[in-house]
Design a protein around this ligand. Structure first.
Ligand code: ADP
Ligand code: MG
Length: 302
């Protein structure tokens, strides 16, 4: 009996702990980048359903979540199944016309509807768009030799504002197009940052496959819990940030310097990590403090 009572008390206290956060984040936009690696690890779809629950809960308590996703592992997978060899120039992967077609098919035809469907198990919330829709992501070739891999030149967020105003959860596949309508595959980390900036998001969150930023990649005990854009500039210069972390950290730095509240790098393998970060007092993962971001409830006069 007493354990039932304790359990009920614990549940109630968790909800009460969430109250000030619910109040603080009401109406606020949170851009969440869901990594292709996180998705690749969900053959049983469990992690994806947990993620979908978090996103729906955020929306139901009045936040305005926006999901941006990648799909690198899934693209490589289909390329392999089609027997298509990847070409490299100076060690960099070339995205030829056929490859960008495959990327578009996988992102908009497979990964995007998978996420949309997982969210919509809970109601009619999510709408999938790609960066081509409404001219959302304007891109240009990064390097002619690399083919159709693009850099973002402009974000036109009208279509996202429209969806948010209609209370939908936008789910964005990171294919962009140039002024001639040519499609480009664009790094999803970069797109998430650019979209967060264009929306003036309260938070930019990266869900990845490691617990956060490490001061030493090989040492799990070296997690950086809180940092600033200036400190991250130094970590990049020191070569501490490598590989897939580079576009995330670069985007976090740019975003917090351009109006985004705070940025976070979280472990997408932890069940309900988004809820833990947003609605509880326990700091989790790495937080990059912005100029306008709020770090605790102290001084909360809302
Ligand atoms: P995602 O699918 O989330 O984009 P990536 O593999 O592209 O995943 O990026 C995450 C990886 O970045 C980590 O698994 C880790 O191997 C690597 N990494 C490089 N430098 C760091 C660092 N300083 N701290 C943490 N991870 C790092
Ligand atoms: Mg990556």
């Amino acid at each position: 009996m007493s354990t039932d009572h304790d359990a009920a008390g614990l549940k109630a206290s968790i909800l009460v702990e969430a109250l000030p956060y619910i109040r603080r984040f009401a109406g606020k936009i949170v851009v969440v980048k869901y990594g292709g690696n996180a998705l690749a690890g969900t053959s049983d779809h469990d992690a994806l359903s947990l993620f979908a629950e978090d996103i729906v809960l955020m929306r139901l308590v009045g936040m305005r979540p926006v999901v941006v996703h990648g799909g690198g592992p899934q693209i490589s997978d289909l390329m392999k199944r089609l027997g298509k060899e990847t070409e490299f120039v100076d060690g960099l992967r070339v995205t030829d016309a056929e490859t960008v077609d495959i990327a578009r098919m996988v992102l908009k035809g497979q990964v995007n509807p998978q996420i949309v469907a997982a969210i919509n198990v809970h109601g009619h919330y999510a709408v999938g768009v790609s960066g081509v829709d409404g001219g959302l992501i304007r891109a240009t070739a990064r390097d002619e030799r690399l083919g159709f891999v693009g850099d973002v030149t402009e974000i036109n967020p009208e279509v996202i504002h429209g969806l948010l105003d209609d209370e939908f959860i936008p789910v964005i596949a990171t294919i962009g197009s140039d002024i001639n309508g040519q499609a480009y595959n664009i790094n999803a980390d970069t797109v998430a940052g650019a979209i967060a900036e264009s929306l003036g998001a309260e938070k930019l969150v990266y869900l990845t496959d490691i617990e956060g930023l490490r001061r030493d990649v090989a040492d799990a005990a070296s997690l950086i819990r809180q940092t600033t854009a200036d400190e991250l500039d130094q970590l990049i210069a020191d070569g501490i940030i490598a590989g897939g972390m580079i576009p995330k950290v670069t985007s976090c730095i740019h975003a917090v310097r351009n109006g985004v509240g705070n940025a976070h790098i979280l472990d997408g393998r932890i069940a309900h990590v988004l809820l833990l970060e947003i609605f509880t007092d326990s700091g989790i993962g790495t937080m990059i403090k912005g100029l306008h971001g709020t770090t605790g409830l102290q001084g909360d006069d809302a």
